[in-house]
Design a protein around this ligand. Structure first.
Ligand SMILES: Nc1ncnc2c1ncn2[C@@H]1O[C@H](COP(=O)(O)OP(=O)(O)O)[C@@H](O)[C@H]1O
Ligand SMILES: [Mg+2]
Length: 257
């Protein structure tokens, strides 16, 4: 039943995706299956062009599959109206992007409050909830600043606060540390790990860095639009390292079961 706290948040079966340019079809996903349960922490890896962003856009209901099935929190996304789809997306998913996507002319607090304001929550209440989320990401005193007065890592924490302001169970993040240095990336990943462990937030993130994927519990590797590996992150990263011998060292941040 939609919205009834289903254990399985994402259930895609045999999903295919082609892009069409006139009569020219470019197939990108060739039958992807993925089930994501509440509490999962998944890294999606794969070479550039393997279909990671295409898959994330489908998971986030930002784009539609060409074929196959997609249940989001129990709701059959293919049969929903646009408005219904937007509703379930807003309730269920918070998005985090590589480039933060903050609005420069707005304050940090307004940026975080924006999803609630769009959803019709009164401004005062939205800003109060934004302040709570900023505190949770360690930016309590930063609400009145503008995004360009913050470091990259701080901006990404603002984006995470914005993703969580509507209390969605799921975060989808496409290369969230792609614009950050190693130290800052680790801080962001540590923050996501805390969200996963302490608040039970389900996380699906795309990365091309084994060091980032090592923070996750489960690894999904895509190759040419197909799932090459889906299992424990540690084992998957060992297989990856074996296939690319230059990647000798795989760190363990202790989130594997
Ligand atoms: N809007 C689009 N129109 C046509 N082709 C696209 C579009 N978006 C992505 N592609 C193609 O689909 C393939 C997968 O892209 P993408 O999902 O962005 O891969 P990744 O995120 O793994 O790098 C690539 O060959 C890319 O050129
Ligand atoms: Mg991509």
């Amino acid at each position: 039943m939609p919205g009834a706290s289903n254990k399985t948040l994402i259930d895609i079966r045999a999903v295919t995706k082609s892009y069409f340019s006139g009569s020219v079809e470019t197939p990108v996903l060739f039958g992807v299956d993925l089930q994501v349960e509440r509490g999962d922490f998944i890294a999606v890896m794969g070479q550039s062009g393997s279909g990671k962003s295409t898959l994330m856009n489908i998971l986030g209901c930002l784009d539609q599959a060409t074929g196959g099935d997609y249940l989001l929190d129990g709701a059959d996304t293919l049969t929903l109206s646009r408005a219904q789809l937007a509703g379930i997306r807003n309730r269920t998913i918070g998005f985090v992007f590589q480039s933060f996507n903050l609005i420069k002319r707005m304050s940090v607090a307004e940026n975080v409050a924006l999803p609630l304001i769009y959803a019709g929550v009164p401004r005062g209440r939205a800003l109060a909830k934004a302040q709570t989320e900023l505190e949770r990401v360690g930016l309590a005193g930063f609400g009145k600043r503008t995004p360009n007065q913050l470091s990259g890592g701080q901006q990404q924490r603002v984006a995470i606060a914005r993703a969580l302001v509507g209390d969605p169970p799921l975060i989808l993040a496409d290369e969230p540390t792609g614009n950050l240095d190693t130290h800052t990336s680790d801080e962001i990943m540590r923050g996501l790990q805390v969200l996963n462990k302490e608040r039970g937030i389900t996380i699906v993130l795309v990365t091309h860095e084994p060091d980032i994927a090592a923070w996750s519990r489960r690894l999904v590797r895509l190759k040419d639009g197909r799932v090459l590996y889906d299992g424990p992150a540690g084992e998957g990263l060992r297989q990856l390292a074996a296939s690319h011998e230059h990647l000798a060292h795989v760190p363990d941040h202790g989130s594997s079961p």
